[in-house]
Ligand binder design. Structure first.
Ligand SMILES: C[S@@+](CC[C@H](N)C(=O)[O-])C[C@H]1O[C@@H](n2cnc3c(N)ncnc32)[C@H](O)[C@@H]1O
Length: 317
């Protein structure tokens, strides 16, 4: 059974009479440790994984201790990387996001789990650097991009058209290829710049402080998958990966331990909010070869049905 089939079974039960074809998306609302050892996961087939775990920096999480002993935390991460590697198609990809100070552990984790490093991407923050008194201020986060085997099964060389640097005179004719430095994607901070994309509670406070930007997942999913592929996010949080995957007609599989976050994901997937729409970024990639094929299947707002996305719980028969 493939990851898609897993979702299809759940969908078949809920949408037996529907004629509408939906890109599959489902959530394992459970501790990822349990899910990665389930038969359902063993039966899944993944093409791309975005790994954005809690960073073990004593942040407050409702259902997770973010202050684990270092060794225990990294052994957990290695187990996650190994389990994902096992279920990934040959040439499939993983993007592991972490703090730059953990680069060494991330690279070791991936290597020991069998992944081949392709790039260590620098995601340079658009906000000001975190000031440091006795070293340089911190201005980026890392995203290690690795593949199963040495050759990527899918890699689209995206082209973007960032503003010309001040010393450039000639306008570019057709943009430039995305490199391993991503300095054009704004993170969702608490203040003004978070804009409408940041999910907020009734008091206007951020619902989830680690919500990743739509633009980040759009770049990853466009680069390393095709329509119909299965994209996995073991620590789905607010479901950014699934929200983007579904709009690009990829299958989405997410894990999330916190029931409030899982409910948020279902709500976010039920109907795409204007702030979550990927169409607003399409023009940024207009110089990319075969963009229509890579992007295929974007759903038009207003034509979507309201979905009551079912939860997937491995312990329920
Ligand atoms: C860094 S956040 C991910 C944010 C996500 N990328 C987004 O865009 O919203 C990590 C998430 O992992 C979840 N988590 C922590 N421990 C977990 C576990 N054992 N199993 C599954 N999810 C877990 C947390 O509840 C949190 O939502």
């Amino acid at each position: 059974m493939t990851g898609g089939a897993l979702c299809n079974i759940i969908y078949a039960a809920h949408f037996a009479n529907t004629q509408t074809m939906w890109t599959d998306c489902c959530i394992a609302e459970t501790d990822i440790r349990e899910f990665l050892h389930s038969q359902e996961f063993a039966d899944s087939a993944l093409d791309l994984t975005f790994l954005d775990p809690p960073f073990n920096q004593a942040k407050e999480y409702a259902s997770h201790d973010d202050d684990m002993p270092e060794g225990e935390y990294w052994s957990w991460m290695r187990d996650v990387c190994s389990a994902v590697h096992r279920q990934t198609s040959q040439g499939g990809a993983i993007y592991f996001m972490q703090r730059e100070k953990n680069s060494e552990q991330v690279l070791r984790c991936l290597r020991e789990a069998g992944w081949t490093l392709q790039n260590l991407i620098i995601w340079k923050k658009l906000t000001s650097a975190v000031p440091m008194s006795r070293r340089f201020g911190k201005h980026y986060q890392i995203i290690a991009y690795a593949t199963k085997g040495t050759r990527a099964r899918v890699f689209h060389r995206l082209r973007i058209d960032p503003p010309l640097p001040a010393n450039y005179r000639q306008k570019r004719e057709n943009g430039l290829y995305v490199t391993d430095i991503w300095d054009d994607i704004r993170e969702l901070t608490s203040g003004y710049f978070a804009g409408d994309e940041a999910l907020r509670d009734a008091d206007g406070l951020r619902f989830h402080k680690q919500q990743a930007p739509i633009a980040l997942l759009l770049r990853i999913i466009l680069s390393s998958s095709l329509p119909g592929d299965t994209v996995f996010d073991p620590f789905a949080g607010t479901g950014t990966t699934l929200v983007v995957a579904r709009q690009l007609q990829r299958r989405g599989l997410g894990g999330e331990i916190d029931p409030e976050n899982a409910a948020c994901i279902r709500e976010r997937l039920r109907e795409v909010r204007p702030a979550d729409e990927i169409s607003r970024f399409r023009d940024d990639y207009r110089f990319t070869e075969n963009l229509d094929t890579i992007w295929r299947g974007e759903m038009e707002l207003g034509k979507q049905r309201v979905l009551n996305l079912p939860l997937f719980r491995p312990s329920v028969p």
